[in-house]
Design a protein around this ligand. Structure first.
Ligand code: PBG
Length: 322
């Protein structure tokens, strides 16, 4: 028996390290989030998210095509409408910007999975994820509107509906409505565990969806809670979710792991805008190596138990992985 254990034997060179590697990333793990706006020829960079743009539909098609050609097969679309109102009409309008974008991508790009983010905050003038009465975000009336949005998204050709607004009971309401409308084949990727996070800041610039009063703590989860995360995931599981998402990702690896251990559904994790912005910013300052850190963060998210990762790095990193 050797006196010294020598784990370094398996680290001596790249080939042996590759042989014993436990976690690998592939472009198939990634979902690429994209922001679609009105107009033509628009490709407007988000100040706090270098490399991420508001894209009009023609530019969106080019971006999806380019991502597809490097191996990214799934995108999630967020609409940024010109017109916002108190009840988020454009979220469920048949010709809303998101519905138009879904139709266009499904028509123009082959073999790409289009996931529709299903929420109201990008479409309401007050920036909250539901309808408001006396300063409160109402639950059931908001769910009704989300259901309408899900149906118009499905009619437009969305492959997966991803409800993200954290109202109670949205999964079962959307499931029933999809089934009644003949969309029983369309899966629901539920943002089951979504924290009230400061890491969403840059997204709100991209989607122009910052709440105009108050914050989202009355519906998104308290970052301090993990047992409550299990309860949220359990409810969505019982209500018929096909996939469960945890969001943000890197600050919540413990939650990803716990959800992974408890549920056998595919688990998605969203590396959100603030996670992206921090890596980009420090990279630009020369304080960290952007690509290396991005890959390390994504590997950690997968190692924690995520099967699917929503990441703004998807297109840039796909080449490195295939
Ligand atoms: C919509 C939604 C948000 C994000 C995804 N869907 C914003 C929010 O809840 O404020 C954030 C994603 C990101 O930060 O990258 N409700």
């Amino acid at each position: 028996m050797n006196l010294i254990e020598r784990p370094r034997r398996l680290r001596r060179n790249p080939t042996i390290r590759a042989l014993v590697r436990e976690t690998t990333l592939s472009p198939d793990d990634f979902v690429y989030p994209l922001f679609v706006c009105e107009g033509e020829g628009v490709r407007r960079e988000i100040g706090s998210m270098p490399g991420v743009f508001n894209l009009s539909i023609d530019e969106l098609i080019k971006e999806v095509d380019a991502a597809r050609s490097v191996g990214i097969r799934s995108v999630i679309l967020f609409g940024v409408p010109d017109e916002k109102d108190a009840v988020g009409t454009q979220a469920y309008a048949e010709d809303g910007i998101t519905q138009q974008a879904i139709r266009a991508v499904k028509r123009e790009v082959k073999d790409v999975l289009v996931i529709a983010d299903n929420c109201l905050c990008e479409y309401t003038d007050h920036g909250h994820c539901g309808v408001i009465e006396a300063g409160e975000v109402l639950n059931d009336p908001s769910v009704e509107l989300l259901v309408r949005a899900a149906i118009t998204q499905a009619e437009a050709g969305a492959d997966i509906i991803a409800p993200s607004n954290m109202m109670d009971g949205f999964v079962v309401a959307i499931r029933e409505a999809l089934d009644e409308s003949g969309f029983e084949q369309i899966p629901i990727m539920s943002y089951a565990v979504k924290y009230a996070s400061g890491f969403y800041g840059p997204f709100r610039e991209a989607a122009q969806s910052a709440p105009q009063f108050g914050d989202r703590r009355g519906y998104q989860m308290d970052p301090a809670n993990s047992r409550e995360a299990m309860r949220e995931a359990e409810l969505d599981y019982q209500q018929g979710a096909d996939m469960l998402m945890v969001k943000p990702a890197l600050p919540y690896l413990d939650i990803i792991r716990a959800v992974r251990e408890r549920f056998d559904l595919p688990i998605a994790a969203y590396q959100v805008s603030g996670e992206y912005a921090m890596i980009k910013a420090a990279g630009r300052l020369g304080w960290i190596e952007e690509e290396r850190v991005a890959l390390e963060a994504l590997t950690s998210i997968k190692r924690a138990g995520a099967d699917i990762i929503l990441t703004y790095f998807a297109r840039d990193l796909a080449n490195r992985l295939s």
